[in-house]
Design a binder for this molecule. Sequence first.
Ligand SMILES: Cc1ncc(COP(=O)(O)O)c(C=O)c1O
Ligand SMILES: N[C@@H](CCOP(=O)(O)O)C(=O)O
Length: 462
Amino acid sequence: MKYISTRGAAPDLSFEQAMLTGLARDGGLYVPDTIPTLSEGDIAALAGLSYEETAFRIMRPFLGDAFTDDEFREIIAKAYDGFGHAARAPLVQLAPGHFLLELFHGPTLAFKDFAMQLIGQLFEASLTRSGDRVTIVGATSGDTGSAAIEAFKGLDAVDVFILFPHGRVSEVQRRQMTTPSEANVHALSVTGHFDDCQARVKDMFNDFDFRDEVRLAGVNSINWARVLAQVVYYFSSAVSLGAPQRKVSFTVPTGNFGDIFAGYIARKMGLPIDKLVVATNQNDILHRCLSTGAYKPDGVIPSISPSMDIQVSSNFERVLFDAYGRDGKAVAQLMDELKSGGFTVSQGALQHLQDLFLSGRASEEETSATIKRLRETTGELLCPHSAVGVKVAEENLDPAVPMITLATAHPAKFPDAVEAATGLRPGLPPRMADLFDRDERVTRVENDLAEIEDFMRGKIAN
Ligand SMILES: Cc1ncc(COP(=O)(O)O)c(C=O)c1O
Ligand SMILES: N[C@@H](CCOP(=O)(O)O)C(=O)O
């Protein structure tokens, strides 16, 4: 299995190399050269398997010879051992034909744990074997950072630096990033919004001297291994509702397009997915682009679903690569235009995207009203991101095809928004009960590449 860049001008890599590399050296994102497919029989055989065994069967074909089967099985077992639910990703029914996939039972209470716990184990196994050391950098609007810190804290072979937008993550998210005491963890509170943090991370990868000096690795969903791990729960949930004999649809609260892109890969692998619905909050650039073809960021507006406050959606590049017939030059041209304000997708590519995805948006009022209504009618307490998903899913229900909405975070990560909507303040699980008593350790930095790189150099040297 070979990995190629979406901009067509970087060396092809193996799975392990792509995982440790992060961004391609031409600025693109790595994708598999070909997507392995599963037969109907292969998919039917997933019924009744554990989440771990499903994960092994779905991901194995993408890894090449990076790990033996036994090594990979052990890595998967360790990755999901700390989850607080035996099913790992349980499905609950909200209404006839509408189900919620609870992805928040991992150690940091967000769907990011599914991928981050796995790549933490993969990095450890790979770096132990090679004896190498890497510097991990990540940009976060709240959840990626906490999940990465949880997965990599205390590992000898890595330093982990997380950039989050100052004042724009929830207090629980911030404390999850700033309270771990392990010396290899560094939380940086950056002036600006998430897109600034993500842009600085990409700048670091494009600064080859710095990148090579510190051996930079990335754990945002620019890292293919992150996307791959998320493909698994599309299969496990669809199979539990009757796939491959029965089609299912998914609605995905979307920001950086990593999670829904994993659904797109599941469909390419043969999972019979009917609709894939992109659900955005008021930062609705993806909904606007899928409706009109125009991709023009116009400033992030803070919302009650802050992890989706994104206007430059990293993984959209991966689907554009396919929509443009895997023409790396065309994608590079679009990304250049984006630097100068935006681009318009060609008519052919837009048609391709519209054949693949539906989309919708939820306003702040609609999000709050959905949290309140779902609590009253089903008893389910939704986080605001999951509520955006439920509201958009309800607009796309089809009596003939079950809809699965992804619940991407635990409501206790966003207690203010949930309390404002319902009057109920969700509590953290007992293992996190002292989160508000722990000391915080955080460095305040400007949105300035040189300042951030200098800080990182200083920490790595010590
Ligand atoms: C709780 C939550 N929901 C949804 C999203 C959006 O996911 P993606 O960026 O993969 O589209 C995020 C952040 O990525 C998140 O943290
Ligand atoms: N919402 C994310 C933003 C980063 O997304 P990623 O999936 O590319 O890491 C977050 O919570 O940090």
